[in-house]
Design a protein around this ligand. Structure first.
Ligand code: DX5
Ligand code: ZN
Length: 219
């Protein structure tokens, strides 16, 4: 059970300090948005390169961008240990996943709430993680979509059939009140932005989320 806080909810003027605040987490989730694939613009490779120089934990880059075939592998080459691209945007997801892995990173495929998993099941042989979005990608602080839990379980069952150590990540609206159902459904990597970077203190929030997830592990 791993926690990957999203720095989308952090203070962008102090990202090094904000990464240090989550140094007890497993990953730092970096949301890259291009204002084309999603209607929002965040940051790109130059900022990720700077974050890589100072981060105490590995970066989990979630690319919400068009043409990941071209733009995703450079994140792996720069040193991101996990690179997620959206299947909806990829022209050649097999090649893209292989290019990411060739740079020594974990390759991951993401599916939006309206995207069925079944047509992409064959991609399991090419990836290390499946990200099941639990909000429409683009913004932090949205409401959790509980109706995505059957899809998480569907992916979990496909991973079991397929074999191997493929992780299942959920992203969007994950909090102390929703993480249990994600874990029960079969997720094992949990992204949380607003539920980590709030008044409670980031490290305490990470610890609480991890304990809740561990207590409700999928069986
Ligand atoms: C949304 C991003 C998420 C976002 C999650 O498109 O992919 O990573 O930061 O934020 P919360 O946890 O606040 O829903
Ligand atoms: Zn994300």
């Amino acid at each position: 059970m791993q926690i990957s806080p999203s720095i989308l909810s952090a203070d962008f003027a102090n990202l090094q300090r904000e990464l240090e605040a989550i140094s007890t987490a497993d990953w730092a989730h970096v949301d890259v948005m291009d204002n084309h694939f999603v209607p929002n613009l965040t940051l790109g490779l130059p900022v990720v390169e700077s974050l890589l120089r100072v981060t105490p934990i590995p970066l989990d880059c979630h690319l919400m961008i068009d043409d990941p075939d071209r733009w995703a592998p450079p994140y792996a080459e720069a040193g991101a240990k996990s690179v997620t691209f959206h299947v909806e945007a990829a022209a050649d997801p097999v090649r893209t996943a292989r290019d990411i892995r060739a740079q020594g990173a974990r390759a991951s495929m993401a599916i939006k709430p309206g995207t069925d998993f079944a047509p992409y099941e064959e991609l399991l042989r090419e990836v290390d993680m499946v990200l099941v979005m639990t909000v429409e990608p683009g913004f932090g602080g949205q409401s959790f979509m509980a109706d995505m839990m059957p899809k998480v379980t569907q992916v979990r069952e496909a991973v079991r059939r397929h074999g191997g150590d493929i992780w299942i990540q959920v992203d969007g609206g994950v909090s102390a009140s929703t993480i249990e159902q994600c874990a029960q459904a079969g997720a094992d990597v949990f992204v949380a932005g607003s539920a980590v970077y709030n008044a409670e203190g980031a490290a305490e929030n990470v610890a609480r989320l991890r304990a809740l997830a561990a207590a409700h592990r999928h069986v």
